[in-house]
Design a protein around this ligand. Structure first.
Ligand SMILES: [Zn+2]
Length: 197
């Protein structure tokens, strides 16, 4: 996935020793022998992983869209199947899936790769799927001021969250609509049929 390595949480690097210490203490508290071979480097690996999976904290998602201007295109633009990995804020357990974004521009468009970077900036944090969905829609709306924007997020959650025990492989689907998509059922239907292909 493009740009993943670019987003690094610099606070994790600055606090690395403390983070490693606390991870080691938690491992002890669950009854582990932190000196055994498989675990000896685990606190350091966890800290390095945090740099990446919490890399979104060092980015303002509003800054990543890199808006370009195009006068002519006022038809539906869809970028689908943007893969994301995030962490549920209730359990710090991973959830992951795909984001689909559709919008009808009003003079401003974003580079296609920039939408993937927006998704990373929003998802590489402690999050909930519903907020990821509405934040992406709101930022698209705020920065591009399109005629309309619609966002659909699919997620598989490794925790049970507040939703009860689910079977492996079941997906949560969330959506957010702004602008003309709210009133125009035909646009919503066009978007939904195109992301299913
Ligand atoms: Zn959870």
């Amino acid at each position: 996935m493009a740009g993943v390595k670019d987003y690094v949480n610099t606070r994790v690097g600055a606090n690395r020793e403390q983070i490693e210490h606390h991870v080691r203490e938690i491992l002890k508290l669950i009854g582990e022998d932190v000196e055994r071979e498989g675990l000896i480097d685990t606190p350091a690996r966890v800290a390095r992983m945090y740099e990446e999976i919490y890399g979104g904290y060092d980015v303002d998602p509003r800054d990543v869209l890199g808006v370009t201007f195009e006068e002519n295109h006022e038809e539906l633009v869809i970028v689908k199947d943007i893969v994301y990995y995030s962490q549920c804020e209730h359990h710090t357990a991973p959830f992951f899936g795909k984001v689909h974004i559709g919008y009808i521009p009003s003079g401003k468009i974003a580079g296609l790769s920039k939408l993937a970077r927006l998704v990373e900036a929003v998802t590489r944090r402690l999050q909930v799927q519903e907020r990821i969905t509405s934040q992406i829609a709101d930022i698209m709306d705020e920065v591009l001021k399109p005629q309309g924007v619609m966002v659909v997020v699919e997620g598989e959650h490794l925790c049970m969250c507040a939703r009860g025990i689910k079977k492996p492989g079941s997906k949560t689907v969330t959506s957010a609509v702004r602008g003309t998509f709210r009133s125009d059922a035909a646009s919503r239907a066009e978007f939904l049929s195109l992301i299913k292909e």
